[in-house]
Design a protein around this ligand. Sequence first.
Ligand code: UDP
Ligand code: GLC
Length: 379
Amino acid sequence: MKILFLDQSGKLGGAELCLIDIVKPYRDSCLVGLFADGPFRHLLEQEHISVQVLATQPIRVGKESSLLQGVTSVSLLLPLITKVVRLSRKYDIIYANTQKALVVAAVASFISRRPLVYHLHDILSTEHFSRTNRLLAVTLANRFASLVIANSQASQAAFVEAGGRPDITEVVYNGFEPEFYRSNDSNLNQLRQQFGLNGRFLVGHFSRLSPWKGQHVLLEALVYCPENVTAILVGDALFGEQDYVQYLHERVAALGLEKRVRFLGFRSDVVQLMSACDLIAHTSTSPEPFGRVIVEAMLCGRPVVATAAGGVVELVEPDVTGWLVPPSDPQQLAEVITNCCNQPEHAAAIAHQAKIQANQRFNLTNINQQIAQLLVQVI
Ligand code: UDP
Ligand code: GLC
């Protein structure tokens, strides 16, 4: 099956990391077209996946853009659309992995008469998207897509609530290769020593630095935790949220947490870092569409506390495979962290159970089979 995958980003967000795993089985007969250059291209090349950067200039329409901005951007999109139309004639399916990719792919699919698949990684709610953008996504998907793959029931429900057709929508969770999440014990000891962690309890936060990812909630929670609880914030401001980064540094200083919090920036050794943590905290203040970091922590055999909203409630069974706390509630988060710190055996049992379930539910081979079956039906 020949597939033209399209993604607007050159950066390594969750949607892009998910796409790499989906593309792998088709690497000999597919092309990934990007609308921006960046580390995503390098990673695809490392995996021997054909990739082309199709846009010559960045598309500057944001999730909250107005109709006027959207219309203006269409003129900028024309050369890109022309390129995609030409390319798509050589493929059986066009697979749009992001919203801007959907816009281009919808037009290309109409002209080149190739079926369109839209992988929906977002919750199309007013918290994240302007009315115009939601309307555009739903209208294009309803009219042109043969299949919408939602990354969780929460994303699917928001799509349908925004007017999306339920009959073309299927939920497929992100898939993961369990072997990838094994770590090396001697590296772990080294890492803990490097961070001066012996005898301390380490909470890891793995996410891009962005207000809705709620790193500030973890900082506030640390104040209510015992002194030996420390944290690493792993991730960078991928989409230019420099004010938030500044704010986080100011909060660390204001709360007197300089010796208890480290900012590690974007890292590619997430598995090693997660494995060195005692607990992984997920603190999104708005509903998380899926939340790869939660499953990754489970596969690393580390306990997870996460905010009970969006797709997260489909991933974590409270007190069985992790803990859930309300969004933006530092005190409850602190309570879970403290309990986890005081009851390591209970935490280990929960992490063990979570690992077993995650291995079964999010196994990449099964997930890719589900996608393959759906794609065959589309053709
Ligand atoms: N990640 C990473 N390096 C970092 C921080 C995060 O590789 O420094 C990865 C993380 O392991 C996860 C992805 O980025 O696979 C984030 O995906 P998630 O679904 O959790 O959130 P998103 O940022 O896509 O909303
Ligand atoms: C998006 C979502 C995230 C999800 C990822 C992969 O980036 O924000 O929650 O895990 O896509 O589907």
